[in-house]
Write a protein of this length. Structure first.
Length: 451
């Protein structure tokens, strides 16, 4: 009887094979279908988020950042005797260098302030980081106002007559020389600003920002810093509690190499930062001279329309530019990236000039003090509430074409994508847990079935 019982069990073996084909092959097909659907959904969602980030950076962040800069500089202009150009220029650089040198210390002090059960310290760090941001804003404004004033003073000393036809030539010469130096330093990306940059206030390093030079790059002749001229709307920075203190420098040296580290911080803030200031002033002044100089309102509206039109074009070109740059190497790759960043820089200046001028013309023009202070308080408060106050700051140095593939032409405008992607890991964990529970409910398989 026992042998007969065992023989009766043998026919069940083909059933195991059938069950294996049913339970494994069909889920594989359904998994492929679900994966394709998820990929399609993710692609569509990613495109929508990219468009949303571009609109958010252009329509929300960029005007608010310009308003903060315009109000801060306007308040200094109303008390010009208290803010002389040379002292402003030096003091702005000095504060920038101090923050850059002290960034690792500031970061290490605040690194554990955002854990669970540390509400008191979290609140204190929030207040201190906002105060740090405001001081950094003032140092940036002093640096830029001083640089612009010194450049204007130099032009006026050489050609005192405002109507001198050679004045635009002199300004253009300054502009070309500074652009060439930035090209040599490979720092064109540092010319960008919002709407091409958005920096958020999230949970990433707050006090740390990069310098220019890396240890393995000290002997490079071309330093690739053109993209440092960009700003919002091509950049949006989220106010991460740790990101407040993250500053890129030119050499990216370690703080353990004290002498080189200090030189890197000073060079990044003094040389690259000042070149960006002069390039911005040169293009700004040339637009003032040639774009309807007798009609300020028309000039500002034209700048705004032209600037935002080019912003739309440059954001639309990101995908093909990324594809092209990813397939190039060496000088052609660097050249295309630099041209793209220079075009974005020109649109940035037009957007900033348009918003700046229209605020001067239409927003309480008869009460400059009220106009400046109300604009400053409201804009700064909104940026802090949106976790984007770091987008105001001009700090750090980026190297042109440093990122792999085509990432070097992607504008750092991650706002909606940043918050959505934070939720995706939670959803993925839930899906993994569900899958494990489904696997646990399946009857035990033989080793052959598992294979």
């Amino acid at each position: 009887m026992p042998p007969n019982g065992a023989d009766n069990l043998l026919p069940n073996e083909p059933l195991i094979k059938v069950e294996k084909t049913v339970t494994i092959e069909k889920p594989e097909k359904s998994e492929h279908i679900e994966a394709d659907n998820d990929a399609t959904e993710c692609d569509c969602q990613e495109l929508g988020l990219r468009a949303g980030d571009a609109v958010f950076a252009s329509v929300v962040v960029a005007p608010l950042v310009v308003a903060v800069w315009r109000s801060s500089l306007g308040n200094m202009e109303l008390h010009a005797n208290m803010f002389p150009y040379a002292q402003n220029f030096i003091l702005g650089i000095l504060i920038h260098c101090c923050f850059s040198i002290a960034k690792t210390r500031l970061f290490s002090r605040s690194v554990d302030a955002w854990g669970e059960g540390k509400a008191g310290r979290w609140l204190r760090e929030r207040v201190l980081s906002r105060f740090y941001t405001f001081i950094f804003i003032l140092s940036n404004v002093m640096h830029w106002r001083g640089g612009w004033g010194l450049m204007d003073t130099m032009v006026a000393a050489i050609l005192p007559n405002d109507q001198d036809p050679h004045r635009p030539v002199l300004i253009a010469t300054y502009l070309i020389v500074c652009v060439v130096l930035i090209l040599v330093l490979r720092s064109t990306r540092n010319l960008l600003a919002p709407p091409y940059i958005v920096v958020t206030d999230g949970k990433h390093p707050t006090y740390i920002f990069t310098t220019r030079f890396q240890k393995q790059q000290r002997r490079e002749l071309l330093l690739r810093s053109l993209r440092n001229i960009l700003s919002p709307p091509f950049a949006v920075v989220v106010d991460a509690p740790k990101d407040f203190f993250y500053v890129h420098t030119l050499l990216k040296t370690s703080s353990k190499e004290t002498a080189l580290y200090i030189l890197d911080c000073v060079f990044s803030a003094t040389v690259v930062g000042s070149l960006v200031v002069f390039v911005w002033r040169g293009l700004f002044a040339l637009i003032d001279i040639y774009l309807y100089p007798d009609d300020p309102a028309k000039s500002c509206w034209t700048s705004l329309v032209v600037g935002y039109s080019v912003v739309v074009v440059t954001f639309s070109l990101q995908a093909p530019m990324r594809w092209a740059v990813a397939r190039l190497q060496g000088v052609p790759r660097l050249l295309i990236a630099d041209v793209y960043h220079l075009l974005s820089f020109a649109s940035t200046v037009n957007v900033w000039r348009g918003v700046w001028g229209l605020l001067d013309i239409y927003f309480l023009p008869d009460s400059p003090h009220l106009s400046n202070w109300s604009c400053l308080i409201v804009s700064l408060a909104l940026l802090m509430l949106l976790n984007c106050s770091n987008s105001i700051l001009v700090r750090g140095v980026y190297i042109d074409a440093e990122e792999p593939a085509g990432e070097c032409v992607i504008f750092p405008c991650h706002y909606l994508r940043l918050f959505i992607h934070k939720k995706r890991p939670k959803r993925q964990k839930a899906l993994d847990l569900t899958k494990k529970m489904e696997d646990a409910s399946v009857p035990l398989q033989t080793p052959e079935a598992k294979v």
